[in-house]
Write a protein that binds this ligand. Structure first.
Ligand SMILES: Cc1ncc(COP(=O)(O)O)c(C=O)c1O
Length: 326
């Protein structure tokens, strides 16, 4: 995987990749006062389509507001357009999209009101976040020795860059122990989420997922819940204990980078059959078709980057219905 692209969008300009740099004295680098999104664009029959663009652009703005930015010079609609421009000009078939709003100048006394926000958007090719064989075989996870943030310590609904030091501690520990991903417990000891994914448990044909109090309200999580309901499964939000993971029939995780992947082993205990289970498989099948615009039922989740070839493809209808489908 290379992160190279032709252009990076910086405060309204498409800057050649090599020139897209920021100064060492950018407060975001020193204090983690930035917010970001992780988004994917998939190749479809109608060209690249950004998955759930509206929700991601809105969450970026909300994250910035949670961090404390009071006035931002962009609306979510403008952010969404800038994302489309960046995807279009870089001409990748599939790509990962990384917009960041960061404190740029001022704010050295840790007061965000004394700084100003900047926005930059990069794209790159990024397949298989959890490895080549993850989709087929699932991955191995451990319970992290690091606890997920208490929501009054770090704001877990916001993708604040500084929050991710917590994920980096857990992920690095997990990798050094020989696992693929870490599951983090919340301060009360219940299952929260992984370092960059939400988590689902399957037991006796029903699906469970932790409530959103301490976790990021994942946009993939929302899509998975919709798909699971549409497939006829019950989905319950309720606290999950560590040993309920061990005794599950299936466990899977989901997120923009990881997509939808089974956990075949947790803490050296085999989960279910030790392979991707049937319910995970059925949800994966729908999810991977939906993101590529292959299922009319979920097409409103796809924001096409190129203008429609004929007026019969009315993009405004598609974008307007994005919210309704969540
Ligand atoms: C901590 C955490 N939880 C869950 C997710 C999944 O969120 P989404 O599906 O919106 O990418 C992510 C990824 O953004 C994350 O960083």
């Amino acid at each position: 995987m290379g992160m190279q692209s032709k252009y990076i969008w910086m405060n309204g300009e498409l800057v050649p990749f090599e020139k897209a740099t920021i100064h060492f004295l950018t407060p975001a680098l020193h204090y983690g006062v930035a917010v970001f999104e992780g988004i994917r664009s998939y190749n479809t029959d109608k060209g690249p389509a950004v998955f759930r663009l509206k929700e991601h652009a809105q969450r970026l703005i909300r994250s910035a507001e949670v961090l404390g930015f009071r006035t931002l010079p962009w609306t979510w609609e403008e952010v969404a357009e800038a994302i489309k421009d960046t995807v279009r000009i870089n001409e990748f078939a599939d790509c990962y999209i990384r917009p960041v709003i960061y404190l740029d100048g001022g704010g050295w006394n840790l007061n965000i009101d004394n700084g100003k926000p900047s926005l930059a958007i990069a794209v790159w090719e990024w397949a298989n976040y959890l490895g080549e064989e993850a989709l087929e075989k699932g991955v191995r996870a451990n319970i992290s020795s690091f606890t997920r943030h208490h929501p009054n310590v770090m704001m877990t609904k916001a993708k604040i860059s500084g929050n991710y030091a917590n994920s980096a501690l857990a992920k690095t520990e997990s990798a050094r122990l020989g696992f693929d991903e870490a599951i983090m417990l919340d301060p009360q000891g219940y299952v929260a989420e992984c370092t960059g994914e939400n988590l689902f448990v399957v037991r006796d044909g029903r699906i469970f997922t932790p409530p959103t109090v301490t976790v990021l309200e994942g946009i993939t999580r929302d899509a998975i819940i919709t798909i699971a309901h549409d497939l006829g499964y019950e989905v319950h939000e309720r606290p999950i204990s560590r040993d309920q993971l061990y005794t599950a029939d299936e466990v899977f995780v989901c997120g923009t980078a990881a997509e939808c992947i089974a956990l075949c082993e947790i803490d050296f205990r085999r989960i279910g059959s030790g392979k991707t289970g049937p319910i995970t498989r059925s949800i994966q099948r729908v999810f991977y078709q939906a993101v590529r615009g292959k299922l009319p039922q979920y097409e409103s989740w796809c924001a096409y980057v190129n203008p429609p070839l004929s007026s019969s493809l009315d993009q405004t209808t598609s974008v307007a219905s994005l919210g309704a489908s969540s």
